[in-house]
Ligand binder design. Structure first.
Ligand code: BGC
Ligand code: BGC
Length: 753
């Protein structure tokens, strides 16, 4: 059965020869640069194997995995000089010590000097970091909203700007590569990495992934403000059963093609230099061991030509956790043959490289496959400007200047654009004479909660540790009090009696709620709900009868009890907004900015509804979310009027007239959804195909051009367990824009790629 499927897959979707899983042919390199070829020709097998190893900076700090501090000369000598590994990363908890911009620059420069001057061939290291919301592992850096908040902006140009600003900071410290953007969908808010995604929709995620890649990689990778991007985690990672991190995915082939591959395809088409492998498994096969996914699909179908990097310790895990191989040697064989080019070891690089050398000697891994991987790694280094001549080392003073200057204004714009107003009985904006605003809640004045995970530490800010530049909501309101209000802060240890008294005397209460920071599996929750103590606080405040404005700083749509929602006169979702949370929230509460964010995810009413998504297949009783994907209120009102849809080559273009009908400036996101049509296999009732954010003055109108690739209308054809790629059925399709339905006639032969 499996063999038959493999050949169906190969024959149906790949323009490459049919190969048995795990033993495929070595593919020809996409480019074969003379600098790279010459270097490769001079490398010994051991040097090549070492080039395929990436170690964590923690490895270079001491004997134990958890040692942290200055670099340990013995380990630097052993790993960087004697072994000559190809790459170093700073994992979430492995920033250089000290972790200011100058410390980063000095550390990277020092290691680079060892690699260039101390090794036989002098090949520079490529250094990677998780700069997933700004260069947030650096003390003093501006922190931008996490991806979920950026997705709520529905603004690719803004996402591109944030990525470019991040790249500038990263490169200033001498680092060449960021493990971003996350191209995984937000499938289940129980998952601890939900906030790292661009939300639940493939089209929204695709546009924003492509925008991040453009912003990070700039006009060319050797540009002083550019870094290599990584599309992660290929593929199926967010579909772990029960929303658990690194649990085998519950995923059909149809969903893989329809939903999970498009954001990766978009990032590859935008030129992403690297792809990181999913730590989980799809259909019972760990992705690190899957030739079908890493080679047939990624290389063959999606045309990816760059470096495939493993995730953290995941080659080892094929033996240690997944038990698809008996030991490290077999695990290395399986992963390298499946398509892993660079192994994020991240500790025992000597042992891992030795296994690879032994495998080549034993004829179990062809040296040509090793050459292919090394060629890709050297090609990455060449495109980054590290070869043939290493660039001058980063200047610590310049790193400090660039990073500390940051771009607070951009962080504020991004945070403001993400704010999503979900309930408003008219209390907002807080204009005119407001009187007194009481500010309450554990997230009102706690930078850790607005910054989230991957900020100066894997799990976010450590209690009592360093704090990046951050304006909390309380500070923001104090600096710019809406309507000139008096701001009274309610400390989190206030007694219930005091809470009620202060609330009763105020004209409005702003209560800021949310989650403590987390990352990866440590953030998995079986019940992603507003914590009980925070629910109680809302009830106490509500008993005062004073209007309540709820502001949520959270990495996921938290399930809210009915009475909490009813108690809110207004509810503003702020996601994990980063450094400028306070200025952004204050501006929106005051009405100085329109809340232009729209939900990039479905908001569940109850944990039992999970997983929940708006683009479900047709059913009798569709699930009812608390707030729907795409929702968000403005302070003004808009009307849209679409024109005729036209098919131009592989794209569909629809002009839409948008008018601001209200009395103040505002932000609108025009959203276009393909609606269900009769088809042999069920199609989602609605599926986003295009969107455009527009900002209009009171009474102003503008025509926006919605443009979508025709393959957004595609669907996987065939009977159950179909492994065919999506295809666009010719004939009439309908696209819903606001209240209107626009018909599109798709000519025969305009099939999806
Ligand atoms: C590292 C992270 C890594 C995680 C994986 C942590 O110790 O700092 O970068 O993602 O381990 O388990
Ligand atoms: C995470 C990756 C991350 C890597 C390095 C892993 O645990 O899954 O997303 O890039 O660690 O920190």
């Amino acid at each position: 059965m499996r063999a038959r499927w493999t050949s169906i897959l190969a024959a149906a979707l790949l323009s490459v020869p049919v190969v048995a899983s795990g033993a495929g042919p070595v593919r020809a390199p996409a480019t074969s640069d003379p600098v790279v070829e010459e270097l490769l020709a001079r490398m010994t097998l051991a040097e090549k194997a070492a080039q395929m190893m990436q170690v964590d900076l923690g490895r270079l700090m001491g004997d134990e995995a958890w040692d942290r501090g200055p670099l340990d000369d013995r380990w630097v000598r052993r790993v960087v000089v004697e072994q000559a590994v190809g790459s170093v990363l700073s994992g979430g908890d492995a920033a250089p010590v000290p972790a200011g911009p100058a410390g980063w620059a000095r550390t990277v420069a020092g290691l680079q000097r060892h690699a260039v001057e101390g090794t036989r061939l002098g090949i520079p290291l490529v250094y990677g970091v998780d700069a997933v919301h700004g260069h947030a592992a650096v003390v003093g850096a501006t922190v931008y909203p996490h991806q979920l908040g950026l997705a709520a902006t529905w603004d690719p140009a803004l996402v591109e700007e944030v990525a470019a600003a991040t790249a500038r900071d990263v490169r200033a410290t001498g680092v060449h590569w960021t493990f971003a953007p996350v191209a995984d969908l937000g499938v289940d808010p129980r998952w601890g990495r939900y906030y790292e995604t661009f939300g639940e929709d493939p089209a929204l995620a695709s546009e924003l992934v492509a925008a991040s890649v453009r912003g990070l990689q700039g006009p060319s990778l050797d540009d002083p403000g550019a870094v290599a991007a990584t599309l992660k985690h290929f593929v199926g990672y967010p579909a772990g059963a029960g929303g658990r991190d690194r649990h085998p995915a519950v995923l059909t082939a149809r969903e893989l093609w329809d939903r999970h591959l498009p954001p990766f395809r978009a990032g590859i088409d935008a030129g992403a230099a690297t792809v990181m492998v999913d730590s989980g498994a799809v259909d019972g096969v760990p992705v690190h061991a899957s030739y079908t996914l890493l080679t047939d699909v990624l290389r063959g179908e999606l045309g990816f030509a760059g470096v495939v990097v493993s995730d953290w310790h995941d080659v080892h895990k094929l033996a240690e956790v997944h038990r698809v191989e008996p030991d490290l040697r077999h695990a290395v064989e399986r992963a390298v043959l499946a398509g892993v080019d660079l192994v994020m070891v991240p500790y025992d690089s000597e042992e891992t490289a030795d296994e690879l050398v032994a495998l080549v000697h034993a004829g179990r891994v062809p040296e040509a496959r090793v050459d292919e991987a090394v060629r890709r790694i050297l090609e990455l280094k060449r495109s980054l400007g590290l070869l043939p001549d290493p660039p001058p080392p980063p200047d610590p003073e310049e790193a400090r200047r660039v990073v500390e200057q940051g771009d607070r204004a951009l962080a504020e714009r991004a945070a403001t654009a993400s704010l999503t107003l979900l309930v408003n009985d008219g209390v907002l904006p807080l204009a005119g004479e407001v009187g007194t605003i009481a500010v309450a809640g554990p997230a009102a004045d706690d930078p850790a909660m607005q910054l989230g995970g991957w900020t100066l530490g894997w799990q976010g800010l450590a209690p009592g540790g360093e704090v990046p530049p951050a304006t909390t909501v309380l500070q923001g309101l104090r600096e710019a009090p809406p309507g000139g209000a008096r701001i009274v802060s309610l400390p989190s240890d206030a007694t219930p009696g005091r809470v009620r008294r202060v609330a009763r005397r105020a004209d409005v209460v702003v209560v800021v709620l949310g989650e403590r920071p987390y990352a990866e599996m440590e953030g998995d929750r079986t019940r992603p709900e507003l914590p009980p103590a925070q629910q109680e606080l809302v009830r106490e405040l509500a008993a005062s009868g004073t209007p309540l404005v709820l502001v949520l700083l959270a990495g996921r749509p938290l399930v809210l009890p009915e009475d909490v929602v009813e108690a809110a006169s207004a509810l503003l979702m702020a996601y994990l907004p980063g450094s400028q949370a306070g200025t952004a929230v204050a501006a929106v509460l005051a009405g100085d900015a329109d809340p232009g964010g729209r939900l990039p995810c479905s908001w569940p009413r109850d944990v039992g509804q999970l997983p929940l998504r708006y683009d479900h297949l047709p059913v009798d009783e569709p699930p009812r979310p608390r707030f729907a994907f795409g929702d968000g209120l403005s302070y003004t009102s808009f009307a849209v009027r679409p024109g005729h849809a036209e098919v131009r080559d592989d794209r569909i273009v629809v002009p839409v007239e948008v008018s601001n009908r209200g009395g103040r400036a505002g932000e609108h996101v025009v959203q276009a959804y393909a609606t269900h049509r009769t088809s042999p296999a069920m199609r989602p009732v609605r599926r986003l195909v295009a969107f455009h954010r527009v900002s209009l003055a009171a009474g102003e109108s503008a025509t926006v051009r919605l443009e979508l690739p025709i393959d957004r209308l595609g669907q996987v054809p065939g009977d159950v367990f179909s492994l065919q790629p999506p295809r666009v059925e010719p004939g009439r399709h309908e696209i819903a824009i606001g209240e209107h339905l626009v018909a599109v006639e798709v000519p025969a032969g305009s099939s999806a790629r």
